[in-house]
Design a protein around this ligand. Structure first.
Ligand SMILES: Nc1nc2c(ncn2[C@@H]2O[C@H](COP(=O)(O)OP(=O)(O)OP(=O)(O)O)[C@@H](O)[C@H]2O)c(=O)[nH]1
Ligand SMILES: [Mg+2]
Length: 294
């Protein structure tokens, strides 16, 4: 597994084996404070669902990079980082897992003042089955899993296999439904697939508004805010365009039809979906779901 990180580390070696500290030595143990602020997320899915692209966007919005192309870009713009091996560039696929680390300040209300930032490790894994050993090893180091679903294809073969491994390890699972900017299945249909096939209870945190050409953005159910989607240069971080659900201008912004559909969907979700249950999420029985394009 390769590691890219903003922090540096020093490794020293010695030939004097007898003076080496034993594994029980306190100097081998990471300080409790450091352990507590670390979160490892393995990003898994069928090949091509968009794991590397999502990883890059999480780094971009987490403030770790300025340009999404720093991790992966189109052939003519590619710079070295996540998919940097010749075979990865030639085939446009990931072959080995990559760790991308960054510090993230939880800005939400409720975060203690002066609380230290989280140290997030994103483990971008290869989807192709020829390289699955690498993915399995990476899952052994993960304490959370982000499962990507292609919105047009729903659950695919490799995702089924990788889900089994995550389930066996009782990892909390976060689902991201990708490629909503292309014609997609209905989000209810995707939830239905996840619940029936994987015997999971889904808890949508965000909800998509339209799909394909008519994709307008997502509703953040916790804050009742709509995050508008703007087509543009996908490599750049766009200024977030957020409108409250009760803003009188919203029907005009997203269109009357999609607005009415959104209200109807919210009513259905509120009636049918249980609120997030932390304990069930931690055992991987309840899954938070988010839709979005890369
Ligand atoms: N339209 C659209 N295309 C996307 C989106 N996300 C990813 N893609 C494209 O999908 C293709 C695959 O993306 P990758 O990020 O390489 O997929 P991956 O899951 O990392 O693939 P492997 O590592 O080979 O398993 C690329 O051409 C991306 O540009 C999205 O939200 N919308
Ligand atoms: Mg990849």
């Amino acid at each position: 597994m390769r590691r890219f990180s903003s922090s540096s580390s020093t490794t020293t070696t010695t030939d004097e084996a007898d003076t080496s500290p034993s594994v029980d030595d306190a100097s081998f143990k990471a300080p409790e404070f450091e352990i507590n602020r670390r979160r490892n997320f393995a990003i898994i899915s069928h090949p091509d669902a968009g794991k590397t692209t999502l990883t890059e966007k999480l780094l971009l919005f987490g403030g770790a990079i300025q340009d999404a192309g720093a991790v992966k870009a189109r052939a003519d713009q590619r710079k070295a980082t996540s998919d940097w091996m010749e075979i990865e560039k030639a085939r446009g696929i990931s072959v080995t897992s990559t760790v991308l680390s960054f510090e993230y300040n939880l800005m939400r209300a409720g975060a203690a003042a002066g609380a230290p930032p989280f140290h997030l490790n994103l483990l971008d894994t290869p989807g192709h089955q020829d390289f699955s050993e690498d993915t399995y090893r990476t899952l052994a180091a993960a304490d959370n899993c982000v499962m990507l679903i292609d919105a047009a294809k729903g659950i695919e073969d490799r995702t089924r296999k990788l889900f089994e491994v995550c389930k066996m390890r009782e990892l909390p699972i976060f689902t991201f439904t990708n490629k909503m900017d292309r014609p997609s299945m209905s989000p209810f249909e995707i939830i239905d697939q996840l619940e029936k096939e994987f015997n999971l209870e889904c808890c949508p945190m965000n909800w998509p508004i339209g799909d394909g050409e008519s994709f307008q953005g997502v509703l953040d159910r916790a804050t009742s805010e709509v995050h508008l989607f703007t087509r543009g240069d996908r490599r750049k971080k766009l200024t977030a365009n957020v409108v409250a659900l009760d803003d009188p201008a919203l029907p005009e912004i997203i269109g009357e039809t999609l607005y009415l559909k959104l209200l109807e969907d919210i009513e259905t979700l509120d009636a049918l979906i249980s609120p997030p249950d932390h304990d069930r999420i931690m055992t991987g029985d309840q899954v938070k779901t988010q839709p979005g394009p890369r």
